[in-house]
Design a protein around this ligand. Structure first.
Ligand SMILES: [Zn+2]
Ligand SMILES: [Zn+2]
Length: 465
């Protein structure tokens, strides 16, 4: 058996690992690498293996850093099954088509900026047609059900508590009479997150591949995040400003909506208009409403008590059309606008930032991890001068960062996860984390369980088991 760390190695995005067992090739995630435009283009464009040689793909969840390069894989000849939970399959379909549109406009932008002509022109990594070609390959599998994607590799998805439909994998392999239990955590969620059940811990595995996004620190409590959001909205409304929140269409947007709903329902916040301005987020919210089986007990109780759905309330408007989106700028009164993209790299959020960034009454609220060099990271670092659509703006709006909304486990839960999983025979491999978070996590795991072997593999490192 061989394991190759082909993505999210010593960085967060681009999750992709290749497992070779009994001569078959199993791909764990097929994510898009995000970062500097040209580097990202090169990394995503070429696979370090032949896509035709892959036998099956397993997806941990729908986030684009775990699924976003699937259309490119299919474009390069992959035609096997893509296993995912039913909610992930539905969400991934929406995400990939949206990602394709972004790839198309990114390529067009590069061609324009570099004045490339004819054969020099950069082609999008994939287009909408390529994204749609993934749809028939999707094989939904419920959490807890065992299946065998390739001979001698039995897989079970279990709750990861990260976003709707998210799963970790337990893979039990049989090769040359030897059994190995391998766990791939995917992205690990947190306890008490709005809407979602808590993540389950792995048990007694021989090899553990786990994420380490926030391995360096504890998070603030989700309840504290709720209070911080409420206070920012209250203060901004009092100043007569707008609350602008760049948010991922999947997960964060729905959590924010659910929390604002709870605030208004509890009378903690006067009714303020809330807009979800992103066709993708609107479609994704519809998938959430269809997959209520993924909600936790608390959300079911909330829906039962109030006799209303979790993701709809008076004063909340889901916006699809460009026309309606533009009209929001004409409204002068306070409001909350939640729009994609989550790292403020593209999408409608850019227009809202552009229109409000120089208004000291308004607030920009950062509610998730921001990749280096993205506009979101510059805002989170409170840079005073930023470029939007190539134009320079002086930031006068307040910036608030709310860490407690993270859908990722904090150091404490990651250490608990590592202890539960052990990786006794072959060790624990930390992926999906920058050095500044993975190394302190490694240290902490070693302090807590001195006998563990903890590794931090580099890109394309491989391991013979
Ligand atoms: Zn994720
Ligand atoms: Zn991720």
């Amino acid at each position: 058996m061989k394991l190759h760390f082909h993505g999210a190695a010593q960085t967060v995005t681009g999750s992709m690992h290749l497992l070779e067992v009994n001569g078959a090739q199993l791909l764990l995630d097929c994510g898009l690498f995000q970062g500097r435009r040209q580097e990202a283009y090169a990394r995503n464009h070429n696979f370090p293996f032949d896509p035709k040689s892959i036998d099956a793909v397993l997806l941990s969840h729908a986030h684009i850093d775990h699924t976003g390069n699937l259309p490119n894989l299919v474009k390069h000849g992959y035609s096997g099954p893509v296993y995912a939970t039913p909610a992930t399959a539905d969400l991934a379909d929406l995400m990939l088509c949206d990602s394709a549109r972004i790839q198309e406009s990114d390529a067009a932008y590069l061609n324009y900026r570099e004045e490339l002509r004819g054969a020099q022109q950069i082609q999008p990594i994939y287009n909408v047609e390529d994204a749609e070609a993934v749809r028939p390959l999707m094989q939904p599998v419920e959490l807890g059900r065992e299946f065998e994607p390739t001979p001698g590799a039995r897989v079970r998805f279990f709750e990861a508590g990260h976003i709707l439909g998210s799963a970790s994998f337990l893979i039990e392999t049989q090769e040359k009479g030897k059994t190995t239990r391998l766990c791939f955590s995917g992205d690990i969620g947190r306890r008490n997150l709005p809407l979602l059940p808590d993540p389950l811990l792995p048990e007694n595995v021989d090899l553990l591949i786990m994420e380490s996004t926030y391995g360096d620190k504890p998070h603030r409590d989700p309840e504290q995040a709720y209070q911080e959001l409420r206070d920012i909205v209250l203060q901004t409304v009092q100043r007569g400003g707008k609350v602008i929140i760049p948010a991922f269409a999947v997960g964060r947007t729905q959590e924010l909506v659910y929390n604002l709903h709870r605030m208004i329902d509890a009378g903690e916040l006067a009714r303020v208009p809330v807009y979800v301005d992103s066709p993708l987020a609107v479609n994704v919210s519809d998938v959430f409403k269809r997959h209520r089986e993924c909600f936790d007990q608390e959300t079911w109780d909330f829906m039962q008590q109030g006799r209303h759905p979790a993701l709809d309330f008076d004063g909340l408007t889901y916006i699809r059309s460009v026309q309606e989106s533009k009209q929001l700028n004409e409204h002068r009164e306070p409001m909350v606008i939640i729009a994609a993209s989550g790292m403020a790299e593209n999408g409608r959020i850019l227009h809202h930032l552009k229109n409000n960034i120089e208004d000291p009454r308004s607030s920009i609220v950062i509610v998730s991890w921001q990749a280096p060099y993205t506009l979101g990271r510059r805002l989170a670092e409170r840079e005073e001068r930023v470029k939007i659509f190539g134009e320079v703006f002086y930031r006068r709006a307040q910036v608030a960062t709310i860490g407690g909304f993270s859908a990722h486990a904090s150091q404490e839960l990651l250490v608990e996860y590592a202890r539960a999983g052990q990786g006794q025979r072959h060790g624990i491999y930390l992926v999906h984390g920058e050095e500044r978070s993975a190394l302190p996590l490694r240290q902490k795991i070693l302090e807590t369980c001195p006998s563990s072997k903890v590794f931090y593999p580099v890109l394309h490192e491989n391991l013979e088991i």
